[in-house]
Each structure stands twice: as C-alpha cells, then as structure tokens.
Design a binder for this molecule. Structure first.
Ligand SMILES: O=P(O)(O)OC[C@H]1O[C@H](O[C@H]2O[C@H](CO)[C@@H](O)[C@H](O)[C@H]2O)[C@H](O)[C@@H](O)[C@@H]1O
Length: 379
C-alpha cells in the first residue's frame, strides 16, 4: 500500500493477532495528532490487497485495475464533470471561466430575461436539495437547510407548484425541509409524493403518487447491510439508505483508499445485476437499472399537474449534481423552461444558466417571489 498517511503502528500484530491498529495522519481529512483505527486483520489485509492492486499500474493482468483507476479519477471530480483546460495555468483557468459564464450566464443577471419569457405562463419550480437548498457539508446527516431558505421555499410553493427532487429518501429530506406545501421526488425521482396539506391550488393529502421501483426495496435493504459490513473498517466511509437507492459516501475517506472502497462496492454489485453504480458529489450511488431518473420525475410531475402538452408552462429546475443533468436534458430537449446549474466552477452541463451556491439560489428564489407579488399586483 503506497499510502503515506496510513501508518501501521505495530507491525508484529499483522503476523499474529486478530486486529491491526493503524494511525492516520498528515491528511487534511483527519485531525492532528493522528487518529487510530483498529481493523479486523482479515479486512485490513483485504484492503491492503485492493489498494496494492490499484496502485500497481504495471499489473496488466489485473483486468479491474484500469477500470477502478478511471473510477477513482472521476471520484476526484465533483459532479457534473468539471471542465479541464488543456494547459493548467491561471490565465487559461480565467479564460475558461469567462467563456463558461458567457455560455451559462448567472440566473441573477439574466433574471429579467427569464421572467420576460415566463410572462403570462405558469412557472413550475423544481429544486434539488443537497448543494442547492443546503450547502455541501462533511456529514450527510447534518446537511441542514437554513431557516431563511425554508421560508423562501415556502413562499415559492405558495406562489408556484414546487417540487424538491433529491437523491435522498423522502423521509430524510422531509425531516430537513419540514414543508407540507410541496411535492417531493425522493430517491432520484423513484418516490414521488404530493403536498400533504392543502396548498394555494386546493390540493391536499395526495400522499404517494408514484413508486416505479417498489420491488427493489428489499434488495436495497440487503445491499445496505452488506455494504455497511464491508465498509465498516474503512475510516470515514458511510452507507446511507435512500429507500429505493443507496449512497456510499467517501467525502471523509482518505483519497488513498478510494480505490479500495470502489472495489469493495463494485464487488458487491457483481451479485446484483439489476442494480447499477453511478456517482455524485463524493458519493457512489447504487440504484435500480430501471429507466427512471430526475428527468422522468420532472415529466411525471408536469403530467400530474396537467401541463404535459401545455405551451403555457415554464419549468425551472435548479440543481448542482450530475443526476440533475437528466432533468436539465429533458428541459433542453423539450425546448421549454430553464435548467440552472449551481456551481462555482465550470462544468459540462445541459443547464442554460448558473448560480454559484445556495446563497445565490436563495436570492434567486426571493426575487422570484417578489416578481410574482408584483405581477399579481399589476393585474
Ligand atoms: O439529489 P441531491 O439532493 O443533491 O442528493 C444527492 C446526494 O446528496 C447527499 O450527499 C451529498 O451531500 C452531503 C451533505 O452535504 C455530502 O456530505 C455528500 O458528500 C454529497 O454527496 C446525500 O447524503 C446522498 O444520499 C444523496 O444521494
């Protein structure tokens, strides 16, 4: 293992005892002084072997190594894939940023243009959760939405049909958002629920609207358990059950053992051909191979709202993640509405506009509510 950050504190136990203690240091991911982890001996040797396999690029017989290496490369990128200029100096970085912002202008700067296109039409709002309504944080269980953001989302929902479309389970995102006035599309759109209280459109208690992957729930539960077991000795790794899909988080895992983690995850999937592996922001996501994603969820919701063939609807989807690209693509193909990518750095995207971070999302939503109040006042 070529990991300079992981130090086996006592070499003798590797030969004899059932557990091995390692200290992890010199990494920005871990606090100083070093943190100590005790691994079951067998698991530790498995990890060493997996990391060695990946680190040894000369091992041409290891058919999985190249694939895992390219996975680790994309694990390093945030999602959607960050654009890379050919020469890596700050001038070309700046050029790249400038040309990107010309192609995907700030939705705040283009606010009037967006609203002019929406005049007389019904805006429908679709909002991703992590990285859009709440900032990305180390601990997925602490990705809280601010009071200010909750209030503005509520105002948006009182003025426009509004959905939160997320990779999380509905229960989890609902516990964060705590709003009844909106639609929730959890598990990357595989779990769709309507508003549970009456909203300004008179809709109430709709509950579950669509669950296209219901038969996968027991399988996901099983895989969650297997992966929890397999990853429990990887410091920082965390498995999150998102009901119809699951996430394996590696934000807090030392980069040197990402390959080992990816290999563990992939090895489990060999027994589950009906599940597929995708990537989000420092997260490996496992989901059913069914043809359903956030884009399909957007179409489903527009249909449910009676806007399937309407020329008078302007869907606006705001998201930061690779999975949001499916929704941006649907909008682009429909030639209807706008995708807004939340990103500080240039990324490949099907969105039309950009916002830098959740605070700009907040500003955009506030302006949207003000615009609506003003136009109603003018009518
Ligand atoms: O569709 P989203 O609402 O964007 O959900 C995608 C994943 O979001 C969460 O993970 C991400 O946010 C975490 C908290 O900021 C962060 O720690 C993690 O690294 C990110 O990947 C969520 O925990 C996942 O289950 C979702 O799939």
């Amino acid at each position: 293992m070529t990991n300079q950050n992981v130090i086996v504190s006592d070499r003798n136990p590797i030969l004899g005892s059932k557990t091995i203690t390692v200290s992890v240091s010199n990494s920005p991911l871990f606090s100083s002084p070093p943190t100590y982890f005790t691994f079951p001996r067998r698991k530790f040797l498995e990890l060493l072997e997996a990391a060695d396999k990946n680190n040894n690029n000369n091992n041409k017989n290891n058919l999985g190594a190249g694939k895992i290496a390219s996975w680790v490369d994309s694990m390093r990128d945030s999602s959607p894939t960050r654009l890379r200029s050919s020469s890596r100096d700050s001038d070309s970085d700046n050029d790249e940023k400038t040309s990107w912002i010309v192609r995907f202008p700030s939705a705040l700067n283009m606010f009037d243009k967006i609203m002019n296109a929406a005049k007389g039409k019904q805006i429908v709002m679709f909002l991703d959760y992590d990285g859009t309504l709440s900032p990305i944080v180390e601990d997925p269980d602490k990705a809280y939405i601010t009071h200010e953001m909750r209030e503005v989302v509520k105002d948006v929902a009182l003025n426009f049909p509004t959905a939160i479309v997320t990779g999380r389970s509905i229960d989890k995102v609902r516990a964060f958002v705590k709003l009844n006035e909106i639609y929730y599309a959890g598990s990357h759109g595989m779990d769709i629920e309507g508003p549970t209280n009456e909203n300004s459109y008179g809709e109430s208690n709709q509950g579950v609207l669509f669950q296209p992957a219901r038969e996968f729930v027991p399988m996901i539960e099983k895989v969650v358990k297997i992966l929890e077991e397999k990853t429990k000795c990887i410091p920082g790794a965390m498995v999150e059950n998102n009901k119809f899909c699951l996430s394996v988080h590696f934000r807090r895992v030392d980069e040197k053992i990402w390959a080992a983690l990816a290999e563990q995850v992939k090895s489990v999937l060999v027994d589950y051909p009906k599940l597929k592996l995708t990537q989000g922001r420092k997260v490996l996501e496992i989901r059913p191979t069914i043809k359903w994603d956030k884009g399909q969820a957007l179409n489903f919701l527009l249909r449910s709202l009676g806007f399937e063939h309407s020329e008078n609807v302007v869907p606006v989807y705001i998201g930061d993640d690779r999975t949001d690209e499916d929704a941006f693509k649907v909008l682009r193909e429909k030639g209807q509405g706008f995708g807004i990518l939340v990103s500080k750095v240039p990324k490949e995207t099907n969105a039309s506009y950009s916002l830098q971070d959740p605070s700009q999302v907040n500003e955009f939503l506030k302006r949207l509510v003000d615009w609506k109040r003003k136009t109603v006042g003018e009518e």
